[in-house]
Design a protein around this ligand. Sequence first.
Ligand code: TRP
Length: 363
Amino acid sequence: MTTTTVRPDAHHDSDLTRSRATAVARSAAIEAQIRTDPSRHRVLTGDRPTGPLHLGHLFGSLRNRVRLQEAGVTTFIVIADYQVITDREVADHIASDVCEIICDQLACGMDPQRSTFFAHSAIPELNQLMLPFLSLTSVAELQRNPTVKAEAEAAGIRSLSGLLLTYPVHQAADILAVGGTVVPVGLDQLPHLEATRLIARRFNDRYGHVFTEPDALLSEAPVVLGLDGQKMSKSRNNAIQLRHTADQTRQLIRSARTDSQRRISYDPVNRPGVSNLLLITSLCTDEAPEVIAERIGDAGAGELKRVACDAVNEHLAGLRARRADFAAAGQDVLQVVRDGNVRVRAQATEMLERVREAMGTVY
Ligand code: TRP
């Protein structure tokens, strides 16, 4: 153990503002490493189980997750069930939401043999890592985390719970416990990743090298809006869920907000509704949105909706069929999580041993 003192607040402001540009450049380098030597990295990513997954998740993160798995990178997926109670008081159907998101991911192509799913609440070792990690994080740093602030605001919370305030530190435990080196995230999660990097660095500075500082892997995923032009979200009832039927999808897309201009054009700033349907179609067919717009031309929003709906239903047909098969087979999808919990507990226990040795608390 070294005697270096590490004040949580000292000389790290520049780290917290490590620019988006740096993360983008790092991401490109990591992508190249993954192509040449996937065994060098371990991916950890996750979701909070607040409801079934939708097209925003599919294009924003799930496709990328499957791609990384297929590239041969060891992948962990945390089901962040404790995060559900950071910003809401009632959490009455967590287990069924967990089932839904597992089904969605298996149907997308995630393979529980190669990718490990685990529930945060099932791994007590994560909570043990929290205490030393908390000692390396200042209250001021937690209070200025922009993602925590935004989440509190979005949930209409005036008085932060200790759990929400410390959530970035829990997330650091999720990542570091399994030795994650790469964390695929959207921009909103960058501050959390910076917090994880700081914790890893400060721990190593104080106690000797145990943790590898993980990098964000920023995806260039386009943001798909909900059918009302707001962020796509289950609670706003504006989402096309992966589990919806073709008919439900048709009804939803029919109700999408467009505009009164007959000629279809791709113009996200001035025509968000029309452009969003073009983007969704484009993501399903791999054609440029402008090309799709040109083809529809003067046929108007009705035709655009028909085209978008066919594209989505066709794109999701295989996934939905696989999803229906799990249900029909009565497959116990929670077994996937139970198996993953066992694997992750073994790894987290090993990591905790190393932490105890570094801290000199082995008795
Ligand atoms: N906070 C993430 C979200 O809201 C979910 C999450 C929890 C996570 N732990 C994580 C993501 C660790 C990446 C790494 O979506």
